[in-house]
Design a binder for this molecule. Structure first.
Ligand code: SP5
Ligand code: ZN
Length: 351
């Protein structure tokens, strides 16, 4: 039986953001550890037995993607949080967490005060730094690196069960539950191994502003994304169809902003367009930002996709016949998340 190697990290189970601050209120955080258990349980129930933890050190490629000052900020706040957040700041049962409060109103401004520095490197109030966040985010990226290494050795498929997700993290910004851009790190690894061109296909509900930003001026990395229109969904400021890349990267960025409520058949037309662009690019490898918040039951979603559709999507990607690494992004309907992931992987395996 054909199999797909899966990489995940025990560290992901230690990442427990409690709140996102939405309209000034603390709301329960959507990006929960139950997401991982949902996926692992479905994988095991569906006979996916090739499930691995990894001890790969992804740091050299993380450092190629992200600015060193940003990584230092994330590392320092994760490790020194006991000194940074006092006991008097915590409600009963609350873990230490760092959120921003003031943001620079243009990108040329400096920040030296630690509170201002937060706004320099954090672009929303949904993505707290907790104790150990830096290490957990590094391990999430390591899962993607392990998958990339397998493709470099000739495997046709791999799946990184990365958590926290990555596609909203830009060179020097965290946000959208993302700290390190796992997909971008995998792309850099593939490029470093000699790949000439790598394509990214992002089907998370949200626009991958981070991945777009990281590769916006590059012609060797194609970014294609299907997502809820910025008029209706986070990250609001990016994802329009006229964002086509800059300089050498002009023409290597393609966004498909889609309307609320879109269902399988209509969505599939845009999948075909995006995958057509991927095929035309003739990449050596494909890296997929696999988000399942497009499912009809998703608590923060907007689309109407069914579980069966993910199998069809997997088959369409398989039909490209390009070695493909899928990296887990969003998907918050924990009851069906695992089933959606296995439907997608079944499709990749032509089951
Ligand atoms: C990787 C990924 O899918 N990140 C998504 C980040 C989207 N964050 C939007 C947060 C919206 C606030 N939550 C609303 C709660 C309403 N009760
Ligand atoms: Zn998402």
């Amino acid at each position: 039986m054909a199999e797909i190697p899966v990489f995940y990290s025990e560290a992901s189970l230690r990442h427990k953001p409690q709140f996102e601050i939405f309209r000034g209120q603390k709301e329960p955080h959507a990006e929960t550890v139950e997401r991982v258990s949902s996926i692992l349980e479905a994988l095991r129930n569906s006979g996916f037995a090739n499930i691995n933890t990894t001890s790969v050190n992804g740091l050299p490629w993380v450092e190629q993607v992200h600015d060193s000052a940003y990584l230092n900020f994330l590392k320092k706040n994760s490790s020194d949080i006991d000194k940074i957040v006092g006991d008097n700041e915590l409600a009963p049962g609350e873990e230490r967490a760092i959120y921003p409060s003031a943001f620079p109103y243009n990108s040329s401004l400096r920040a030296t005060n630690p509170i201002a520095e937060r706004g320099r490197y954090m672009f929303d109030t949904y993505t707290p730094i907790m104790s150990g966040t830096y290490d957990v985010a590094l391990e999430s990226a390591a899962c993607a690196v392990a998958g990339a290494e397998l493709l470099e050795q000739g495997a046709p498929l791999a799946y990184a069960l990365s958590r926290p997700p990555g596609h909203h993290a830009d060179k020097d910004k965290m946000g959208g539950y993302c700290y390190i851009n796992n997909v971008a790190v995998a792309v850099e690894h593939l490029k470093g191994s000699g790949a000439e061109r790598v394509a990214v296909f992002d089907f998370d509900l949200h626009h991958g502003n981070g991945t777009q930003g990281i590769f916006y001026d590059r012609s060797d990395v194609l970014y294609t994304s299907l997502h809820a229109s910025p008029e209706i969904k986070f990250p609001f400021f990016t994802g329009y169809d006229d964002e086509r890349g800059d300089g050498k990267g002009a023409g290597a960025n393609h966004n498909f902003p889609l309307p609320e409520g879109i269902s399988d058949d209509e969505y599939d037309k845009y999948v075909k367009k995006a995958l057509g662009l991927v095929a035309d690019f003739k990449p050596d490898f494909l890296v997929v930002s696999a988000g399942f918040d497009t499912h009809r039951d998703d608590p923060i979603g907007a689309f109407n996709l069914t579980t069966n559709y993910y199998q069809q999507l997997g088959r369409a990607i398989r039909d490209l016949k390009i070695p493909a690494l899928s990296v887990q992004e969003g998907g918050y309907a924990t009851k069906v998340l695992g089933t959606n992931v296995t439907a997608y992987l079944d499709g990749l395996l032509n089951r």
